[in-house]
Write a protein that binds this ligand. Structure first.
Ligand SMILES: Cc1ncc(COP(=O)(O)O)c(C=O)c1O
Length: 387
């Protein structure tokens, strides 16, 4: 078969393979990026779906508008409009998860060979979403505060990217948060170079400490913003949203029509019922509390079982810890030792478009109980002893 040329760039589905193995062995997996399923409000969502059938009737099963269910868009508008200056709900479109937003933005903006700036490291799924539109990725160096402004400015003197993709809060994979000072500096640079920013914020609500920082969208007009209900309600619902100027939204809408016509009408209505008639705020507070406890358990376990063999960053929210195993240079190779001890993580190499090897790893703490976290990190400690 003659596949499109971008398929040549696909890396082996190594990750899929290890995740599959983990699902039928007794391996403890810290490799997924899953929210805790015992915290999904199953019963309440079930009631909300029933309510949609009873109250909305067959219209909920009908074809619907590509932009999404208007009351849901209005709710999002009211919620996110505290600091920013949206004029109407036509600056919002519902997407099938924020993943679809990533893909639609790439479809709308990229011609083959265009440059996309990404954080280094960045979300693997974004690279996959963009890849089909054949861009060239340029990695912007980051440290524990996120993108390094001087590096960004330097890169912008050398190339003209279509956009910069950023996850400012509790980034995937590092858990890092872009500091306020950095946000302001980056916006100043973006203004100077007239740079479009694609801001992806699925984790912002999962804040364990500190004050919420302003979104880049609140500080700068040239931003496309992606939000999602996946991490604060349930990813299986596949409800996310995109915020941009009206013209961009209208192009995205056309792209979306070509992909799936509209996001699931029934589900959008059930999500709307949930967030307006159940205690959504309470639910988010609970998630923060449980995830924070799991983060703390994992940090403590690292201290107890790996001590000075590991360097970890403490995330202030989100689902992930970024760690470096100091006794190895290559966390992909070290995975063999970890698998032998029945524990897995995602090696850092997968989050770099150039596939560079390092001793970094992404470890998820949200979907394991404290007991499993403790046991898994104990196993990781044993794996380090095997080196
Ligand atoms: C940074 C980031 N963006 C987008 C997504 C996709 O999320 P959704 O379920 O909303 O499509 C994820 C999922 O893990 C993510 O980590």
């Amino acid at each position: 078969m003659k596949y499109a040329s971008w398929t040549n760039d696909l890396r082996q589905s190594f990750l899929g393979e290890i995740l599959k193995t983990a699902s039928y062995t007794e391996t403890i997996s810290f490799a997924g990026g899953l929210p805790a399923q015992e915290l999904f409000p199953n019963q309440e969502l079930k009631e909300c779906f029933n309510q949609v059938f009873e109250e909305d009737g067959p219209i909920a099963l009908q074809y619907a508008e590509a932009r999404g269910y208007e009351p849901l868009r209005q709710w999002i508008y009211d919620r996110i409009n505290t600091r920013s200056k949206l004029k109407t709900t036509s600056e919002i479109i519902i997407t099938t998860g924020s993943q679809q937003g990533l893909s639609l933005v790439a479809q709308t903006f990229l011609d083959p060979g265009d440059i996309v700036l990404v954080e280094s490291p960045t979300y693997l799924g974004a690279l996959q979403a963009f890849q089909g539109y054949r861009p060239r990725f340029v990695m912007v160096p980051c440290d524990e505060e996120g993108i390094i402004p001087e590096e960004l400015a330097e890169i912008l003197t050398k190339c003209q990217p279509k956009y910069l993709y950023v996850i400012p809060n509790y980034q995937n994979p590092t858990g890092r948060q872009l500091s306020l000072a950095r946000r302001l500096e980056i916006i100043e640079i973006a203004r100077r170079f007239n740079l479009l920013i694609l801001e992806d914020n699925p984790y912002g609500e999962l804040r364990f400490e500190g004050e919420a920082l302003p979104d880049l969208r609140d500080l700068y007009e040239n931003v496309i913003y992606l939000g999602s209900f996946s991490k604060i309600l349930s990813p299986g619902l596949r409800v996310g949203f995109l915020v941009a100027d009206q013209k961009t939204v209208s192009y995205i809408e056309r792209a979306k029509e070509g992909v799936d016509l509209f996001s699931n009408n029934l589900t959008q209505r059930a999500v709307y019922k949930y967030i307006t008639s159940r205690n959504f705020k309470e639910h988010i507070l609970k998630l923060r509390k449980v995830y924070c406890e799991r983060r703390d358990t994992m940090l403590q376990a690292f201290k107890d079982y790996l001590g000075s063999d590991v360097q970890v960053e403490t995330p202030k929210g989100g689902l992930f810890i970024w760690a470096k195993i100091l006794k190895t240079k290559d966390s992909l190779e070290f995975l063999n030792y970890a698998q032998a001890e029945k524990v897995i993580y995602v090696p850092g190499t997968f989050f770099y478009p150039d596939g560079r090897r390092s001793n970094e790893m992404r470890i998820n703490y949200s979907c394991s109980s404290p007991e499993v976290i403790e046991e898994g990190i104990k196993r990781l400690g044993r794996a380090v002893e095997r080196i």
